[in-house]
Design a protein around this ligand. Sequence first.
Ligand SMILES: CC(C)(COP(=O)(O)OP(=O)(O)OC[C@H]1O[C@@H](n2cnc3c(N)ncnc32)[C@H](O)[C@@H]1OP(=O)(O)O)[C@@H](O)C(=O)NCCC(=O)NCCS
Length: 190
Amino acid sequence: MTVIGKGGHCRALGLDPKEAITSDRWEPTAQPVIVAIGDNAARKVVVEMVEADGGRVAPWVVPIPSMEYSRGIHMGVGVTVVHGAVVGKHVILNTGCIVEHGCSIGDYAHIGPGAVLCGTVTVGEGALVGANATVLPGLTIGAWAVVGAGAVVTKDVPAGETWVGNPAAPQAKWLRARMFAPFDENGDPA
Ligand SMILES: CC(C)(COP(=O)(O)OP(=O)(O)OC[C@H]1O[C@@H](n2cnc3c(N)ncnc32)[C@H](O)[C@@H]1OP(=O)(O)O)[C@@H](O)C(=O)NCCC(=O)NCCS
């Protein structure tokens, strides 16, 4: 087993950083690879690098009946995933989060510790739902959006935006920074 990523997420997975490598030390191997990188965008880049080199990413999930799951999921202690959920590849389901019935979570997304996705929530690729946030039923969190810790999301969050608070609204700092954000006028990643 090769572990790429020596930081906090490596430790959170119970892996020993001393036995891990950084991505610049990666060499193709027949061994299964765990990409233990918490940053969603960095995890995507490294997974794609490993797969382009013919590397085999380790399946990292215990199958749950009636849940559809992909490769490379990191599932923390006390996670609850209810029937009908679809979880994309290299998703982090962090400690104690709850993914209710019929939710769909895109590749490279991160559901933070204690966060609750009520039923039929859709989370786009690379989105972060912060610790203890709640997303009300049927809503969509767009690709690479960020929901701040503790937020209560009552409306769809557009791709690439950062929303905080209760009820959640666009973060003032994010609004100020928007002109520099790597997203086009539709909010899609550029
Ligand atoms: C929302 C978030 C991404 C903003 O990070 P940031 O851009 O570095 O923001 P800053 O810390 O510079 O704060 C900017 C402003 O937003 C406010 N803010 C930050 N996070 C907030 C939150 N979760 N809820 C409400 N307000 C928040 C700050 O108080 C500050 O307000 P001010 O401008 O009036 O002083 C971050 O605070 C957050 O909640 N991340 C989620 C972390 C998490 O749960 N990870 C899960 C894995 S451990």
